[in-house]
Design a protein around this ligand. Structure first.
Ligand code: SF4
Length: 434
């Protein structure tokens, strides 16, 4: 049978044998129905005999590992048939949306398209026969977001800490804290939505002190504003938390359970030269205390190749990274800045820097620690029918299935079931009440 003639032609007299397999949820089922509706133009016969088909349509699912393994096995099988017979393979579904596209392209598939491209499927198939080239047609999701997250509020300027590598105290000067009443008024005036997600900013935010109001009391006052539902803050120094913070962290549901705590190095020697004023023991002790209160995720900053950092120091940093399992870490190659204490330190040679950088680049983040965890999510919009998008306390986006749009703008608990790169998938657990 001449396929090209069949598809392109006006000759619509022959039936084409289609083998179709849909994996996953009922959304995928409905998309498969929609797919066939869109190609009604062609004479199609859907058959169950796997070996007799001329066109294979696979609608994939990657929510769980099992369907993903199954689909990859099926693609392998079909490709085996392809060696002996002229066939076409079409792939759609979550695999095309969530998996690394380069990885998918490397699989031998003729037409890859995502669910948003189903409208164009007739044209896509025609184009395939005209060009005889593989097609990758991924239409980007138009995510509809109804809530802005990370509403930024600066509460201070400058820093008093004088870390030996840092230029902030020279540029911004000593700590200057904004009037707490003005901060509260600003928040009340500017963030009027019913559900609001705040991100407080400051170089060393937890050293905040304006008259009698310190950081913990400021957090407490902000948390009393009704429509403020979640408060994140960046960056903190473990030396500047007081006992009230621990009390408040325990008792207020509004405080995010993700803390950004710059560590900078895993070596006490280097921390001392950096003038960080804590050591590893103190840092770990702080985390231990926080962990006792509730499940918390951490992110951190690390400076690589700080002057005088030898391989033992570097190794200590790698070890501590392994031990703490930061959800995220941000690393920076040391850069020498004028007017800093470390400006006059002798720098490591370039080869060492590149070597260390390469090792660091291979360290993976620890998103896996969230798998099977119940997490709080603020639902901010949807990407397509029944698939919603929410944001966790740790700033990560998570997709999940739900049936009612009224969920947008609410806090819910989700159970995280998988993560691909930085896309999390979860299943609805329950409403979360503040
Ligand atoms: S690194 Fe952070 S704490 Fe240290 S001086 Fe700079 S801004 Fe302050």
């Amino acid at each position: 049978m001449d396929f090209d003639f069949l598809f392109l032609g006006t000759a619509m007299f022959f039936f084409i044998n289609f083998f179709s397999k849909t994996f996953g949820c009922n959304i995928n089922d409905s998309e498969t129905i929609f797919f066939f509706k869109n190609i009604f133009y062609y004479k199609i016969k859907i058959i169950k005999d796997f070996f007799k088909a001329e066109i294979y349509f696979l609608n994939s699912c990657v929510i769980r590992k099992n369907p993903q393994i199954k689909i990859l096995k099926m693609i392998k099988k079909i490709n085996f048939i392809k060696k002996y017979k002229k066939i076409i393979i079409l792939l759609s579904g979550c695999l095309t949306e969530l998996e690394d596209l380069n990885k998918i392209k490397s699989i031998n598939i003729d037409i890859i398209f995502n669910s948003l491209s189903i409208f164009y499927i007739k044209k896509i198939i025609k184009f395939y026969f005209l060009t005889k080239k593989k097609i990758l047609f991924i239409k980007k999701n138009k995510i509809k977001l109804f809530f802005k997250t990370n509403n930024l509020v600066n509460i201070m300027q400058g820093c008093n800490h004088n870390c030996s590598y840092c230029v902030i105290p020279q540029i911004k000067g000593n700590e200057f804290f904004y009037n707490s009443k003005k901060i509260l008024n600003y928040i009340i005036k500017n963030f009027k939505k019913k559900f609001c997600d705040l991100l407080l900013l400051g170089q060393n935010i937890n050293s905040y002190k304006f008259k009698k109001i310190n950081f913990s009391s400021l957090l407490f006052n902000i948390s009393k504003i009704k429509n403020i539902k979640r408060i994140n803050f960046i960056s903190s120094n473990i030396n500047d938390f007081d006992n009230n913070f621990f009390f408040f962290y325990k008792n207020s549901k509004k405080i995010s359970n993700n803390l950004h705590l710059p560590l900078q190095s895993g070596s006490n020697n280097i921390l001392k030269i950096m003038n960080r004023k804590y050591n590893i023991k103190k840092y770990l002790f702080f985390l231990k205390n926080i962990k006792k209160i509730k499940f918390t995720t951490y992110s951190t900053d690390i400076i690589i190749s700080f002057p005088k950092e030898c391989f033992i120091d570097f190794d200590l940093t790698l070890k501590i990274m392994k031990k703490i399992k930061f959800l995220d870490f941000f690393f920076f190659i040391y850069s020498r800045r004028k007017n800093t204490i470390s400006y006059n330190f002798r720098e490591n040679n370039k080869i060492k820097k590149i070597f260390k950088l390469k090792i660091f680049q291979k360290i993976k983040n620890n998103y896996i620690i969230l798998i099977n965890k119940k997490v709080r999510v603020f639902v901010i919009g949807y990407i397509k029918k029944n698939i919603f998008i929410g944001k966790m306390d740790n700033f990560k986006f998570v997709f999940f299935e739900y049936f009612n749009y009224k969920i947008i703008g609410k806090f819910i608990n989700l159970k995280i079931i998988s993560v691909k790169k930085n896309v999390f998938l979860g299943i609805y657990n329950e409403f979360y009440y503040l």
